[in-house]
Design a binder for this molecule. Structure first.
Ligand code: PLP
Length: 429
């Protein structure tokens, strides 16, 4: 069933570390051979062995309207004829910035970069430059890309591979990274008290997606906002996952909270390598060439990347019913999964907001990294493979959110629910 993928994986390991260009793709935590993909269209992935899968990764979020979405593909094709990069400004970059500002709350100025990692790294540098302070708080299990400062208790692929400390991150860097549990406001207050006038920023996934999907508890984000206001700390919302996915205005709009700086990635590039950070004018003005906080990129604002993102965001802005449809589809999936899990008798928790959803094999509420990590990972592995065999491609880790795309039909969702029912029968017997 996976012969060609197996051959390619063996060959890949000769030239690429671990055979992949990003760790979670290697299937290490679930075991088995990663599937090599030939193509994708709409809600479906096709591997090199000719197997077809209903896709719940959506390239980890960007393909919110399904794969090979025609307006995006067409826009890229047309733009490529005009050269793929200039290294000089274009009107398209202004249009992109204006479009983002018209959708995202609290974004006066926005700078484009090429990945979510770059966006978060730059936002943190800016917060430090702006406040003149060095330390910052991040939450256990939140992932903000692979910049040194963030690779402390970082969820996502690190949690998947059980990496606790990352060699190559100096003690000096790690010492400025303060961490505490997600959804625990008292712990934040304690850290702020112990590090009075030393904290530049609090960075948070407003809805966490890198330890499965974890919702902020009522009052938590408001509490962070209040602490930041009182202590002159920059509140950074990492909306790399949630931006343009939960709503046109992302989590800021859904949760009714104003961040000082926001970072974007994933959906914003329509499947091309794009990230962005933006926010209040008074802070963003400190970025070079206006200010002295240096930040740059040879391919930042690349025309092909911009036209892909611009076309995708335009679709999302012009058709807000997409969010309602995604919400309904994900709710339908949640109810169906709920029924078959309940009937199976195995302990489980399903978390969901909008089109982000995750299943944890745990009877306990999953509200932070500790509760996510205490779920039954062995069972998740079996579930993952049983689903894969039945043609459903879930994220190959219990520490990742599933992302629905709007090309999914009710038949696809019913197929997924039935596959879950069969899979649970198989793995629980
Ligand atoms: C994916 C992700 C990042 C990193 O983005 P890359 O484009 O992979 O560098 C940062 N923050 C969050 C919340 C993410 O989900």
């Amino acid at each position: 069933m996976y012969e060609k993928s197996k051959q390619l994986f063996t060959r890949a390991q000769e030239s690429i570390p671990g055979g992949v260009n990003s760790p979670v793709r290697a299937f290490k935590s679930v075991g088995g051979t990663p599937l090599f993909i030939e193509k994708a269209k709409g809600a479906y992935l096709y591997d090199v062995d000719g197997n077809k899968y209903v896709d719940y990764i959506a390239s980890w979020g960007p393909m919110i309207l399904g794969h090979a979405y025609e307006p995006v593909v067409k826009a890229i094709q047309e733009k490529a004829l005009y050269s793929t990069s200039y290294g000089a400004p274009t009107e398209l970059e202004i249009q992109m910035a204006e479009l983002i500002r018209s959708m995202a709350p609290n974004v006066d100025l926005i700078r484009m970069v090429s990945s979510g990692t770059e966006a978060c790294m730059s936002a943190l540098r800016l917060a430090r430059g702006y406040t003149g302070k060095n330390k910052f708080i991040k939450f256990e299990g939140c992932y903000h890309g692979h910049a040194d400062a963030f690779l402390v208790k970082a969820g996502s692929g690190l949690a998947t591979l059980n990496i606790q400390t990352v060699p190559g991150i100096t003690a000096g860097v790690a010492n400025d990274t303060l961490t505490c549990a997600y959804n625990n406001l008292a712990a934040v207050q304690q850290l702020v008290k112990e590090n009075k006038n030393e904290i530049a920023a609090i960075i948070v996934e407003p809805v966490a997606g890198n330890m499965g999907c974890i919702l902020p508890q009522p009052g938590y984000m408001e509490g962070l906002r209040n602490i930041c206001d009182a202590e002159n700390i920059v509140l950074i919302f990492d909306e790399v996952m949630t931006g343009f996915r939960l709503s046109p205005g992302g989590a800021q709009e859904c949760l009714h909270i104003n961040a000082d700086l926001v970072t974007y990635g994933k959906v914003i590039g329509g499947g091309m390598p794009v990230g962005a950070f933006g926010g209040k004018k008074g802070i963003m003005e400190h970025i070079a060439p206006l200010g002295n906080v240096y930040q740059a990129g040879t391919l930042s604002g690349n025309p092909i990347a911009m036209i892909a993102g611009y076309t995708m965001l335009t679709e999302l802005k012009n058709n807000p019913s997409i969010y309602k449809e995604l919400e309904e589809k994900t709710h339908y999936l949640q109810e169906g999964l709920d029924n078959v899990f309940k009937a199976s008798g195995t302990p489980y928790t399903i978390n969901r907001l909008g089109s982000m959803i995750s299943v944890h094999f745990s009877g306990q509420a999953v509200t932070d990294f500790a509760t996510a990590a205490s779920a039954n990972n062995e069972l998740f592995k079996k579930y993952f493979h049983a689903m894969l065999q039945r043609g459903v491609y879930l994220p190959p880790s219990a520490f990742e959110s599933w992302f629905l795309n709007n090309a999914l039909t009710k038949d696809d969702l019913d197929f997924t629910i039935r596959a879950t029912e069969e899979s649970l029968k198989e793995i629980l017997q």
